[in-house]
Design a protein around this ligand. Structure first.
Ligand SMILES: [Zn+2]
Length: 630
């Protein structure tokens, strides 16, 4: 977008065009660019709110009504408002972004009250993004020139052909002081815009020069695919700058949030529920090309809590549903230190964190080059829980052939085990640690307890609460769902057919849904004969750790009935479970009906009303079944 158009943009967009943009925009698609949404029933969608920090989704999208709203923080609006809030765009910029997406040509009203031609900040983001888009084209073209040979060789030596370079938009900053700057000035970008974008900087003599010179460049994109900065690799020995240079902090480039490759990886991250964090641009490229399509890298900074926030929203990582974060390290001390630091930072996050260290101390790019795509996929598949990695790291520093060495290793490792928030996992790690050290379980257990008690009182209180993966055990719906799952695990012969007839969607808690789905994946409760083998089959069918732990727990938790369970108890339990989900749906439906104007939306009103009547009938039947003799 160039100067004349921008001046025109300052005019007002015609109202009917704004209405058309609203009508033609799929709100679910727009929001899905940055927030992973899943079904919330009744055609609605939900996800983790991007506007406040939350652990369970209260951010709702209603595609039918073209609105979004967050029960947690009260934010809400249409697609235009979403872009304004989420991307910090002005109203006009948001409408323009959506119009471009929907292929609508906007018309502007000339404002003859002589509004100032240039409004500060209006459209700034769009101008900076446009400058980057033009810079990407410029640098790409430079990559084919004679002077760029070292850049092409650098890529080729790392196993990247021309198609790969093009897919990632690689470019070359030429050996010149102000070639890009002059090119962009000719295209209408102002001195200030180029400085603000971080593409140019004033020289000592005061003239404007290019920020990047004689370097291989990777465009860095945001979640929506807009280029917001560059990473630049040194190519020449006489370049005395650092190995990597990045765009400085700008209004659109915040390095604490930026993840290289996120635009290409986001859909796979959401789909697979995992993300692979690598260390560099070439590692992201190598991983994607090798089939590890969920790889991203931080840009010139360590992985931090803002990055976790971005990823958690994509992973839908809630208290109940755990996404996996896998770090790859080339085995050097710095990488290992970074991994151990994650252990310090966030206990919630630790249970879902895995480490993949290449045995030959190669990064994914080197590994792909030396051993091929399969080796890269293997590296990620062989990941190890962070806790295991940290314990091994500590133990390896001591000579376990001596008593002193074993005791010292135990003293150092015990605090790590004591820190594991997920209490059910601790005995398992005590046993593992004892085994690794070649010691009896009791002294290790005592050391862990001592370490746990040595922590401040607040920590001890926090540890007394149930693990983060489990939903509140004491809500009536949660209790009845647990009871149903216990019946399927402990009494499959009795409960099988009735249990199998109630679908996973009827369960309110995501982790319960995962276990319910695992029962189905293991062949269904009706086909099972029970016992340890059955429990193992269900556990193996769970694709997340929290659900696996829950299966172990529910397999042994006593049923809430005195004496032996009978078919009536199963029937009542399953009816109460469905009753909870049906009444929830009725409540949602009633509130939806209240918000509809029955005059202007007659068809929708009657459709919803019909749905409500049949749900209420279903609820009455369930209530009778649930009352069955209790
Ligand atoms: Zn919110």
């Amino acid at each position: 977008m160039y100067a004349e158009e921008v001046a025109e943009m300052a005019g007002r967009i015609r109202d009917e065009d704004i209405a058309l943009v609203r009508e033609r925009t799929s709100i679910a698609e727009v929001i899905s660019d940055t927030v992973t949404l899943k079904s919330a029933g009744g055609g609605n969608l939900k996800g983790l709110c991007p506007f406040h920090d939350e652990k369970s989704p209260s951010f709702n999208v209603s595609p039918a009504r073209n609105v979004w709203y967050c029960f947690g923080c009260g934010a809400g609006g249409d697609a235009i408002k979403f872009l304004m809030d989420a991307e910090h765009l002005s109203f006009v910029e948001s409408v323009e972004r959506l119009a471009a997406r929907a292929g609508i040509q906007l018309r502007y009203v000339e404002d003859d009250r002589a509004a100032p031609r240039t409004r500060p900040h209006q459209g700034q983001r769009q101008r900076l993004v446009a400058a980057h888009a033009a810079a990407v084209e410029f640098y790409r073209a430079q990559l084919t020139t004679a002077g760029a040979r070292p850049a092409r060789e650098f890529l080729a030596q790392r196993g990247f052909d021309r198609a790969a370079a093009e897919r990632y938009g690689c470019g070359f900053a030429p050996d010149a002081w102000d070639l890009l700057t002059r090119h962009l000035r000719q295209q209408g970008f102002s001195h200030d815009e180029l400085v603000t974008a971080g593409l140019s900087r004033p020289s000592r003599s005061g003239t404007l020069i290019d920020r990047f010179r004689r370097r291989l460049l990777w465009p860095i994109r945001d979640l929506t695919g807009d280029v917001i900065g560059f990473g630049a690799r040194k190519l020449f020995d006489d370049d005395d700058g650092p190995k990597y240079l990045n765009t400085p902090e700008t209004p659109i480039y915040k390095k604490s949030h930026v993840l290289y490759g996120i635009d290409q990886a986001k859909r796979e991250i959401a789909k697979q529920g995992k993300v692979v964090v690598v260390e560099g641009y070439t590692d992201v490229m190598a991983c994607h090309l090798a089939g590890v399509t969920t790889a991203v890298a931080t840009c010139g900074t360590a992985f931090g809590s803002d990055h976790i926030g971005v990823l958690r929203r994509l992973l839908m990582d809630t208290d109940a549903v755990a996404g996996e974060i896998i770090f790859t390290f080339d085995g050097d001390a710095a990488g290992q230190k970074a991994a151990l630091r994650a252990f310090e930072d966030d206990q919630r996050f630790v249970g879902r964190t895995f480490i993949a260290v290449s045995p030959d101390n190669m990064d994914p790019c080197e590994l792909r080059l030396a051993k091929g795509d399969l080796a890269v996929r293997d590296l990620v598949a062989r990941r190890e829980p962070l806790v295991d990695f940290a314990l091994r790291h500590v133990i390896n520093r001591y000579d376990l052939d001596t008593v002193d060495g074993r005791v010292e290793a135990m003293r150092r490792a015990a605090p790590l085990v004591a820190k594991i928030k997920d209490r059910e996992k601790r005995p398992e790690y005590v046993r593992k640690l004892a085994g690794d050290l070649g010691m009896e379980i009791e002294p290790v257990q005592r050391a862990v307890l001592a370490a746990a008690n040595g922590q401040p009182a607040g920590e001890a209180a926090a540890r007394a609460r149930p693990g983060p993966a489990a939903p509140a055990v004491d809500s009536p719906q949660s209790m009845v769902e647990r009871e149903a799952l216990k019946l399927a695990l402990q009494e499959p012969v009795l409960a099988g057919p009735m249990f199998d007839a109630v679908e996973a969607a009827e369960y309110r808690h995501p982790v319960h849904q995962v276990v319910r789905a695992a029962v189905a994946a293991a062949g269904g409760a009706a086909t099972a004969t029970g016992g340890a083998v059955w429990i193992e089959q269900v556990r193996d069918a769970c694709d997340d750790l929290a659900a696996q732990a829950l299966v172990g727990e529910l397999a042994v938790e006593p049923l809430r009935i005195d004496g032996e369970p009978d078919p009536r108890y199963v029937s009542v339990t399953m009816a109460r479970l469905q009753w909870g989900s049906v009444t929830g749906r009725i409540k949602d439906l009633k509130s939806k009906i209240q918000r509809i104007n029955p005059v202007s939306n007659k068809d929708e009103y009657f459709a919803l009303f019909g749905e409500l009547l049949s749900l209420e009938q279903h609820a009455r039947a369930l209530r009778e079944q649930a009352a069955g003799g209790l």
